[in-house]
Design a protein around this ligand. Structure first.
Ligand code: A3P
Length: 283
């Protein structure tokens, strides 16, 4: 369960993670392509919300091209064929959870297109761990597998279990280092996943600017759904919320453990702020 098996864990699809969106220029039909990868939370929301924009088309599935060796071996044409049809001025977005924490994805993407633009969505890492746990918990319940209470996965032998995959995935500085070895910071746009939940429009407008798209996403594209407790999307005359698996209640975590978790992330977060020359409102 060490760091080396990180991308495999994601491939096992225990959970999704942050969402960097990768934006290579489209080789196939002349349109731009943006692939979004991810290994934190809010990736689906970001993708669905970007899909509102008329100049963005999104891939239907998570392609796992750059992080799964067996897919990467199939070659770029295989990847292109999984992209939706797009017109000349459109950007194709692909989101694959797992690219961000994959040690191989940055170099592979750069080799394909060094001028690719990347989007990375991040939440407070402590929140991300709990969100990660919650998703695994429900997945296991649904497939009738045994589940553990969150304290039992977060604590081992009386100490914080830093080998827990969800914790390792949340060490943003560790993973970001690999990306910055292959891409300049200016090519990576960070989306604040906590803000995206509370107030999606400004975060999406920043993405529009980053992708140099005309501003087309507006306040009228969102409405707050009291029952779900999240913003939902109004577009093309339709109203839709994210799947019921997104935004489920999180367990209440014991205060001491929560504090240990926050403490553990503190130095990593500081490193990350230095790396990206920006700070976030994380505990
Ligand atoms: P939780 O289910 O833990 O609350 P991903 O798509 O990467 O798996 O991320 C899922 C997370 O997206 C959810 O985590 C939820 O908090 C977040 N999210 C952000 N905006 C959302 C929205 N408008 N509707 C539902 N979930 C949203």
């Amino acid at each position: 369960e060490g760091p080396g098996s990180e991308s495999l864990n994601l491939l096992a699809n225990e959970t999704e993670e942050y969402a960097p969106l990768v934006g290579p220029r489209g080789p196939a039909n002349g349109s731009h392509r943006v692939s979004s990868s991810g290994s934190a939370r809010g990736t689906r929301a970001l993708l669905e919300m970007l899909d509102i924009h008329p100049d963005i088309v999104v891939a239907a599935t998570e392609v796992h091209f750059f992080d799964w060796d067996e897919n990467y071996a199939k070659g770029l044409d295989w990847y292109r064929n999984l992209m939706p049809f797009s017109f000349e001025q459109q950007i194709t977005v692909e989101k694959t959870p797992g690219y961000f924490t994959s040690p191989l994805a940055p170099e592979r993407i750069r080799r394909m297109n060094g001028s690719a633009k990347l989007l990375l969505i991040l939440r407070d890492p402590t929140e991300r761990v709990i969100s990660d746990y919650t998703q695994v918990y429900y997945n296991r319940l649904e497939s009738r597998k045994p589940v553990q209470v969150i304290e039992d996965v977060l604590v081992r032998n009386g100490a914080l279990n830093t080998r827990y995959k969800a914790i390792h995935r949340s060490l943003y500085d560790v993973h970001m280092r690999g990306w910055l070895r292959h891409f300049p910071l200016e090519q990576i746009h960070l989306v604040d996943g906590d803000t995206l939940i509370r107030d999606p429009l400004p975060e999406l407008q920043k993405v529009e600017r980053f992708l140099r798209l005309p501003p087309r996403i507006t306040a009228s594209n969102f409405y707050f759904n009291q029952t779900k407790g999240f913003y939902c999307i109004r577009s093309d005359g339709r109203e839709r919320c994210l799947h019921e698996s997104k935004g489920r209640p999180h367990p209440v975590v014991n205060g001491t453990i929560l504090q240990q978790l926050r403490c553990y992330f503190q130095e990593h977060n500081r490193n990350f702020y230095r790396m990206v020359k920006r700070s976030f409102d994380w505990h």
